[in-house]
Design a protein around this ligand. Structure first.
Ligand code: C5J
Length: 234
């Protein structure tokens, strides 16, 4: 078992039964010109989460920890897009409208795909989800249960929307989730802080919170080469 310094208390996991879940590191959220910016957000806030998430991803890959990625988005014909989500916020651009990175939040478009730094490799399932939660209308639970996964290490964007929704869903399905505070990002610094507080409050009502360095230090004890390579950028 690997023990990570975390709040509200130590997070203990078996790497053979753990998945790293990389949530929605899509150009549409992280870069200007995508869905996130169309809602009036400053996307630069999210970029801060990428280097820590990349180190964690590389270390997990090298340590043989299972990796799953998610993407939020919709079918090209928008048949899985609720009218409520389409209309919400009265944005100047809607989901499905053309933007500089393709149609906003539509599967198969350049903007919908995952940024290069944390791009999936062979053997890492990509779960396409129409909603905020990674488990709603997806095969995420089947993928994890088939491998006997119990513990989740969570990185991604945005902290108070798709990350928190997915952690709540995971909690209800019997997973223990550890969220890495510097490897998740929000457009709103205050929401980032409060969303993490919510997860770990009441004795870890939804899960645990730590940071990428604490996670890597814990992994280093059993997998020194994997962590050294990730820290060196390998
Ligand atoms: C949002 C997400 N913020 N991936 N999606 O709309 O958090």
């Amino acid at each position: 078992m690997i023990r990570v310094q975390a709040e509200p208390y130590e997070f203990e996991f078996d790497p053979a039964r753990t998945a790293l879940v990389m949530i929605d590191f899509q150009r549409d959220f992280v870069y200007p010109g995508g869905f996130g910016e169309s809602l009036g957000n400053d996307t630069s806030y999210l970029l801060k989460a990428l280097p820590p998430a990349e180190r964690v991803l590389k270390a997990c890959r090298a340590a043989g920890i299972f990796v799953v990625h998610t993407r939020e988005g919709h079918r090209g014909d928008l048949s899985d897009l609720p009218v409520t989500k389409y209309e919400r916020g009265k944005p100047s651009l809607h989901i499905g409208d053309p933007g500089p990175m393709g149609r906003l939040l539509v599967r198969g478009e350049y903007g919908h795909d995952i940024v290069e730094e944390v791009y999936p490799i062979d053997g890492e399932p990509v779960v396409d989800k129409p909603g905020k939660g990674a488990f709603y209308a997806t095969d995420m639970d089947t993928i994890l249960k088939t491998r006997g996964i119990r513990w989740l290490i969570v990185c991604g964007v945005t902290t108070e929307v798709c990350v928190q929704t997915s952690v709540r869903e995971a909690n209800d399905r019997g997973y223990d989730a550890l969220v890495l505070s510097d490897a998740v990002g929000s457009y709103f610094p205050e929401f980032q802080r409060v969303a993490l507080e919510m997860i770990k409050a009441q004795g870890g009502i939804f899960g645990w919170v730590s940071d990428s360095e604490s996670f890597l230090s814990a992994l280093q004890v059993s997998h020194p080469d994997a962590v050294a390579a990730a820290r060196a950028g390998g």
